[in-house]
Write a protein of this length. Structure first.
Ligand SMILES: [Fe+2]
Ligand SMILES: [Fe+2]
Length: 374
């Protein structure tokens, strides 16, 4: 038999009282009539077990010890097996110490209440039991939630790891593609520079393959001197474009020897290195090459143009191109065709005056083995 009391916003605690004396059950029912519990009553251990089997919400079981057929201790022991989460309380006489010990040991009793009880004590014990049961239940629920969250966290971690791996792979793929694009861009940039150099050589057909040859020699010298790759590249571009400023020069001036030019013609001719620098200045990363173009006619002793720079103040790239430019013109230039040995002799003699003496050995080392085109 079950009887419900006032409800609260929380689920009310269900309590089972077991006693073979009906008047005791009635007084217990009366005692808790105005409390927010659901009260279940049973006249015997058997009836109590039946109620428990059908009602998993019962959290507290209070049983009399002295009952026919099944004692309170035997009953609580069975309750412990059937519903281990219940809090079990034994009701017994003062002298029944043995029953109390049994209830604790076998029935896992939470505590006992001496008969006859004081109502305030009974209310107090039940209130404490309700609080304890709620705490234990809450703790269990929290443990379940924590375990579930841990599982979810593990799952998220695994998913996150897969995501990170996928993203890393995507980034790597994009990076590879970007590098390939960059390589293609550099290649097509170099091809554009070569095309310009071809254009310069076409402007004055008598110079043959001058720009490409000068670049071939200058790069070979730079490599022999073990200059960094970036610097060698800047020298290569400057050598290919060193006479780009000549594109705008009039034909008659292009065809004249320097020694045959009058003062005005010479001044116009000397402008080609500065004009060349101005042309490449428009491209950001060609600033270095632009400087080498500007100074490719400077001479080591300071008698060159346009800035009359001297010695080390002439950029090294320009000093290297000066070797290549002179040699190429002397051996392959229009109407020259001098022998390599004779030109080497002239250049060797001009070390320290026209040319940087420190570059001579690298120049001499590479010059005979280069595949230059007439
Ligand atoms: Fe030049
Ligand atoms: Fe030149």
């Amino acid at each position: 038999m079950a009887t419900s009391q006032f409800s609260s916003s929380d689920v009310p605690m269900e309590i089972l009282f077991v006693d073979d004396e009906k008047n005791i059950l009635s007084s217990l029912k009366r005692l808790f009539m105005y409390k927010e519990y659901i009260i279940n009553l049973a006249n015997s251990g058997e009836e109590g077990l039946e109620i428990l089997k059908n009602n998993p919400h019962i959290g507290i079981v209070v049983s009399d010890q002295r009952m026919p057929y099944m004692s309170g201790v035997d009953f609580l022991e069975k309750v412990r097996e059937l519903a281990p989460d219940t809090l079990r309380i034994l009701l017994t006489g003062y002298a029944d110490i043995e029953a109390v010990a049994d209830a604790i040991n076998r029935g896992g009793a939470y505590r006992y209440i001496a008969k006859p009880w004081k109502d305030e004590e009974m209310v107090q014990v039940i209130a404490e039991a309700v609080k304890r049961h709620s705490l234990v239940k809450e703790n269990k629920n929290l443990q379940i939630i924590v375990a579930r969250q841990n599982q979810e966290l593990k799952k998220w971690n695994a998913e996150l790891e897969i995501d990170v791996q996928q993203q890393s792979m995507e980034i790597q793929n994009k990076n590879d593609k970007l590098q390939e694009l960059n390589r293609n861009l550099q290649k097509s940039f170099k091809h554009t520079i070569m095309a310009f150099a071809g254009l310069i050589d076409l402007r004055d057909i008598s110079t043959g393959n001058h720009s490409h040859n000068v670049a071939e020699i200058a790069v070979a010298i730079a490599r022999q001197m073990e200059l960094p790759a970036g610097e060698t590249e800047a020298i290569s571009i400057a050598a290919l474009l060193h006479d780009i400023g000549k594109i705008g020069m009039p034909d008659n001036l292009l065809k004249k020897n320097l020694s045959d030019m009058n003062e005005y013609e010479r001044a116009a001719y000397e402008k080609h290195s500065v004009l060349g620098q101005n042309v490449v200045k428009a491209v950001d990363h060609l600033a270095h090459s632009g400087l080498y173009i500007r100074n490719h006619h400077e001479l080591y002793d300071g008698s060159g143009f346009p800035d009359k720079l001297q010695g080390e103040s002439i950029p090294q790239g320009s000093r290297i191109i000066a070797y290549a430019d002179y040699y190429e013109r002397a051996v392959y230039g229009p109407g020259k065709g001098r022998s390599i040995d004779s030109v080497l002799k002239i250049i060797s003699a001009a070390r320290g005056s026209r040319f940087d003496p420190l570059i001579f050995s690298a120049f001499k080392e590479v010059i005979r083995s280069l595949p230059l085109k007439v």
